[in-house]
Design a protein. Structure first.
Length: 339
C-alpha cells in the first residue's frame, strides 16, 4: 500500500528524541493528527530537514548524545526562526528550563511522561502562535484579516468584529485629521487588536453569563499575548500600541498597564472607542446587541473612561444623525465592553 502523504500546506510538527520507543509512542499519539508529523532520532537530521521545509512546531528532548536539546533548539532558532520551539525532558529542573528559554527562546517546557491531552493542546497552541507570527510578518492586510477571522471562529458572536472596528477607527482617525502612515497602523492594529484571544479557551469566550474573576483574568491576558507575537514580528510601534492598550481607560481603570488620559497612545484611544461601540451594537452570548441610538447614549455615559474629545467626535462625525439628548450611564450589564 502506498504511503499516505498529507497536503503540503498542512502545518509540519517535528519531534526529535534519540529514544525510538519515545518516538513510537508519539507516532501512535499523532496517527490521526490533522498536522504532518515528522520524527527524528538525530538532531542534525532534523536541522537539515528544517533548512528545506517550513516547520510550524518542534518538540525536542534535551538529553541526547552529540547535541543537547537546548543546543538543538538554539540552532533551530537560527535555521528556522519562526518555528515554535518546545522542550520535552524527563529531567526537569529550573536550571534546564531557564537555559532553554535563554538560549533558544523556547515557547513552552513539558516533562516526561507527558499527558496526551496536554501535549496535543500544546501543539495546537504552538501552531496558532506560528500562524500568528507568520501572518504578522507578512505585512499583508489580507493575511491579517484571515488571522482575525480565525480568532473570530472561536466566538461566532464576534464574526466581522475586527473589520467593523477597523472601519469605525479609520473614520474617527480621518475625522481627527490623522494621515499616513499612522492611519494604516490604526487600521492594521484594529484588525489585529484581538489576536491574543486565540489563546483564550472557547468556553470562556462563549460563556453566557457573568464571568468569574478567574475567567476575567484569563481574558485580560489577551493584549499581552498578542503583543508578544506582534513585537516578535517587528510590527510598527503604533500597531503594537493598539494591540496592547486598547483596553486602557482614561481614569486608569483599564488594563494591562492602568495608563491614564493622554498617557494612552492616541491610536489606542481611537480603537478603544470603536471597539466598545461595535461590542455594544453586536449580539453576544450574554445579551442582545443595542441599537445605534442606545449604544450612542451608553457611550455618552462613558465619557471619562473613554477619551471625551474623541468620543464627541465619534458621536458627531462617525455615527451622526442620532438623538443624544438623554445620555445614560453605563451599567453592569455592559461590563465586558467597558472594563
Amino acid at each position: 500500500m502506498p504511503e499516505f502523504r498529507k497536503p503540503d500546506n498542512i502545518p509540519v510538527i517535528m519531534f526529535v528524541d534519540d529514544e525510538t520507543s519515545v518516538l513510537s509512542s508519539l507516532r501512535r499519539l499523532c496517527a490521526d493528527s490533522r498536522y504532518r508529523c515528522e520524527f527524528f532520532t538525530a538532531p542534525q537530521d532534523a536541522l537539515d530537514y528544517a533548512r528545506n521545509e517550513e516547520v510550524a512546531v518542534v518538540i525536542s528532548d534535551n538529553q541526547m548524545p552529540g547535541m543537547t536539546g537546548i543546543d538543538f533548539l538554539a540552532r533551530m532558532r537560527l535555521v528556522s526562526p519562526d518555528t515554535v520551539r518546545i522542550m520535552m525532558t524527563a529531567y526537569a529542573n529550573l536550571g534546564v528550563a531557564i537555559s532553554a528559554i535563554n538560549h533558544s527562546e523556547a515557547f513552552r517546557f513539558i516533562t516526561k511522561p507527558w499527558d496526551n491531552a496536554e501535549l496535543l493542546a500544546l501543539i495546537d497552541e504552538g501552531v496558532s502562535r506560528h500562524d500568528m507570527l507568520t501572518s504578522m510578518k507578512s505585512r499583508d492586510e489580507t493575511r491579517y484579516r484571515s488571522l482575525a477571522q480565525t480568532v473570530e471562529l472561536k466566538d461566532p458572536y464576534t464574526r466581522g468584529h475586527c473589520d467593523r472596528v477597523a472601519e469605525y477607527a479609520e473614520k474617527l482617525a480621518r475625522a481627527l485629521g490623522i494621515g499616513e502612515p499612522l492611519l494604516t497602523c490604526i487600521r492594521h492594529g484594529s484588525i489585529l487588536h484581538d489576536c491574543g484571544k486565540i489563546g483564550v479557551p472557547e468556553e470562556v469566550l462563549n460563556f453566557p453569563g457573568k464571568l468569574t474573576l478567574q475567567e476575567f483574568e484569563i481574558i485580560k491576558q489577551h493584549p499581552d499575548w498578542g503583543t508578544r507575537v506582534a513585537r516578535e514580528a517587528n510590527l510598527p510601534e503604533a500597531v503594537v500600541n493598539v494591540i496592547l492598550y486598547h483596553h486602557e481607560r482614561a481614569d486608569g481603570s483599564g488594563y494591562p498597564a492602568g495608563l491614564t488620559g493622554e498617557n494612552i497612545p492616541i491610536e489606542s484611544r481611537i480603537v478603544a472607542i470603536a471597539d466598545v461601540y461595535d461590542a455594544l451594537t453586536s449580539d453576544r452570548p450574554y445579551r442582545k446587541g443595542n441599537s445605534s441610538a442606545d449604544a450612542a447614549e451608553i457611550l455618552m455615559g462613558l465619557s471619562g473612561l473613554l477619551d471625551s474629545k474623541l468620543l464627541e467626535l465619534f458621536l458627531t462625525r462617525v455615527i451622526p444623525d442620532i438623538n443624544l439628548d438623554n445620555g445614560i450611564l453605563a451599567n453592569s450589564r455592559h461590563q465586558r465592553e467597558i472594563i
